[in-house]
Design a protein around this ligand. Structure first.
Ligand code: PAF
Length: 285
């Protein structure tokens, strides 16, 4: 069975031994409730590293006061199997006391340009919590490589910018989104959808596909693409749109036009009842 360690000392010991054997260390940070999207991340990490650590920590500092920290799914047995099936060598599953001995807000990292836009505007403090815990995991595990999903597009922008700005010595790999057969992006939150909402949720990938098709067909006006996203989401009565935007893939700056040489991405956040789904897609150049 794959080892599951809880203390920083234990994970450092195991990683130190692997490194002494000349192995390249990979890290996949997660909050558990592992699904096939995580397994794919772990497999990708495994392909690029020799010793893969999966961290499982439901990080309290990235949840807002009205968010689902206590009801966030915790499935340790399943997680152990899934991590093993992706090829992980070790699980690091610390307690909050182990991670934040001086309390959760003692020292924080803020990636300023992304902190207050899109997810950051709707979830104040969220990315401060993410950046801080990820930097801590990097400094605990000291991986050569860490993998994150494209699905959380703004999160990966935050982490890549943090790594650049703080001159971190690791490579960050972004792994494409895994989808259900009908196109819905895998997410730990999909389990909160009832069967009607689940059927309706397919409107997210449908909107993204329409936007991609419009751009492939020659549309260059970002406002037109935005309108396609809005109209498609609004055609689903259960869907409540938080935002649908066409942005620069590096800066997340809102675009007015699509130009050659600049990568654009469509970002979506849509609510179904109390459940909030996000998704994104690159737009063809
Ligand atoms: O994407 C997640 O599951 C979390 O935000 C992360 C990166 C593990 C930090 O807690």
């Amino acid at each position: 069975m794959i080892p599951w360690v809880k203390s920083i000392a234990e994970v450092r010991q195991a990683v130190g031994e692997a490194r002494a054997r000349g192995l390249r260390i990979g890290l996949v940070p997660t909050m558990g409730a592992l699904h096939d999207g995580h397994v794919h991340l772990i497999e990708r990490c495994r392909a690029a590293a020799d010793f893969v650590v999966v961290s499982i920590f439901v990080n309290p500092t990235q949840f807002g006061p009205s968010e689902d920290f206590t009801r966030y799914p915790r499935t340790p047995e399943l997680d152990r199997d899934r991590a093993a099936s992706g090829g992980a060598d070790l699980i690091f599953g610390p307690t909050a006391e182990e991670m934040y001995p001086h309390g959760p807000n003692s020292t924080c990292v803020e990636v300023v340009p992304f902190a207050g836009i899109f997810e950051g505007a709707i979830r104040p403090g969220h990315f401060r919590g993410v950046a801080t815990v990820v930097l801590k995991l990097f400094s605990i595990v000291e991986p050569d490589l860490a993998c994150f999903g494209q699905k959380d597009f703004q999160q990966q922008c935050v982490i890549r910018r943090m790594a650049e700005d703080l001159n971190l010595r690791l490579s960050i790999q972004i792994v494409e989104t895994v989808r259900e057969p009908d196109g819905l992006a895998l997410s730990s939150r999909n389990r909160y959808l009832d069967s009607d909402q689940r059927r309706g949720a397919v409107v997210l990938p449908r909107a993204l596909k329409k936007a991609q098709a419009a751009v492939a067909g020659g549309v260059r006006d970002a406002e037109r693409v935005r309108q396609i996203l809005h109209d498609t989401i609004n055609s689903e009565p259960m869907a409540q749109l938080d935002y649908a935007e066409v942005v620069d893939a590096e800066t997340l700056g809102v675009l007015t036009g699509l130009e050659a040489g600049r990568t654009a991405v469509a970002l979506l956040a849509v609510r179904f009842g109390a459940t909030r789904l996000i998704d994104n897609a690159f737009l063809p150049e």
